[in-house]
Write a protein that binds this ligand. Structure first.
Ligand code: VAH
Length: 317
């Protein structure tokens, strides 16, 4: 990777990924793009609607990009509210990004998700290769996306790569429209209010990962020796599997008065119930050395510490 264009650069992953990539490859080597404009000084930045293939091609060509990092997508809960918009944006945007990458011979990354599995998939220690019959529009988009990226590699020899992300927890840019967002909100509410009402039921296990580990995984995969990659576009990766009361118990070690209650959202609960409890990351570890630095305890310490600083800065601004 030498010169990258990132779509969805103002999103939960994109906003931190751009910073990390610029630390490694140089500020001027990473073109951040998003459908929204921003007043943040994150130049080089361009407004880009991923449905506009001509604009995407023009920006990538003029920037002399050799790598396409396609992050723009609607997440699971939003996609269930507007499935046709999700299909058009998630699939139309992906095809445009793959076509631009093919036309300009770019290395390509886009994430899949644990959402690519469904209720008939083995729920515990979900294998790398297994049944994928997701029952959400988001999951259907992710399975189709995995197959499209494999196709572009097989048919055009495009260097496509991707991972199946678990729920990602971060303190910089709050996520929007996801099912696993409760695992982010709980930390914000713990600091702000000392209490949280979870829309996901107690005992609902989902794979999770702290954002620093997710960002490192993208970079490690993109820098890996391509000849050693068997699975390429959909590596299972995870750092932990947790359910709401376990998150609460870890937070209470630092905020003893913190309380957790439940008001289950049937839509997002149904999505969560259709996903695995735990996935098997062996292929990623074996093929490109995937590893993580943060477990639940270490993540909780860092999240609470960073959110306290964020809250203090907000209070004096
Ligand atoms: C979502 N955060 O909840 C995303 C992610 C595995 C979850 O794909 O939709």
């Amino acid at each position: 990777m030498k010169r990258m264009i990132v779509t969805g650069a103002l999103g939960q992953i994109g906003s931190e990924l751009v910073v990390k990539l610029r630390e490694i490859y140089g500020v001027d080597a990473v073109l951040a793009t998003d459908i929204r404009n921003t007043t943040d000084s994150i130049e080089p930045f361009e407004v880009l609607d991923v449905m506009d293939d001509k604009c995407m091609h023009k920006l990538a060509k003029e920037f002399r990009a050799d790598t396409m990092i396609h992050m723009a997508a609607l997440l699971s809960a939003t996609a269930e509210k507007n499935p046709l918009l999700a299909w058009n944006l998630n699939m139309g945007g992906l095809v445009n990004a793959l076509e631009v990458a093919r036309e300009l011979n770019m290395q390509f990354f886009t994430p899949s998700s644990i959402g690519a599995f469904g209720p008939t998939t083995q729920k515990n220690n979900t294998p790398q290769n297994t049944l994928q019959r997701p029952t959400t529009m988001y999951g259907i988009n992710k399975v189709a996306g995995e197959l499209l990226c494999d196709y572009y590699h097989q048919k055009y020899n495009l260097d496509t790569r991707g991972v199946r992300f678990p729920g990602l927890i971060s303190y910089v840019t709050p996520p929007g429209g996801g099912t696993t967002d409760y695992a982010v909100e709980i930390y914000y509410k713990a600091i702000e209010e000392g209490q949280y009402q979870s829309y996901i039921a107690q005992g609902t296990y989902m794979d999770m990962m702290y954002m620093p580990d997710a960002l490192q995984a993208i970079i490690d995969l993109m820098e890996a020796d391509g000849s050693k990659l068997v699975h390429r576009n959909a590596f299972n990766i995870s750092a932990m599997s947790v359910e709401p009361s376990e998150l609460a118990a870890e937070i209470q070690k630092h905020i003893p008065h913190f309380t957790l209650s439940y008001k289950v959202d049937p839509v997002r609960q149904a999505i969560a119930d259709s996903w695995p409890n735990t996935i098997d990351s062996t292929a990623a570890r074996e093929e490109w050395g995937f590893t993580t630095q943060y477990d639940l305890a270490k993540m909780t310490i860092d999240m609470l510490e960073k959110l306290k600083i964020k809250q203090q800065k907000k209070a004096i601004s």
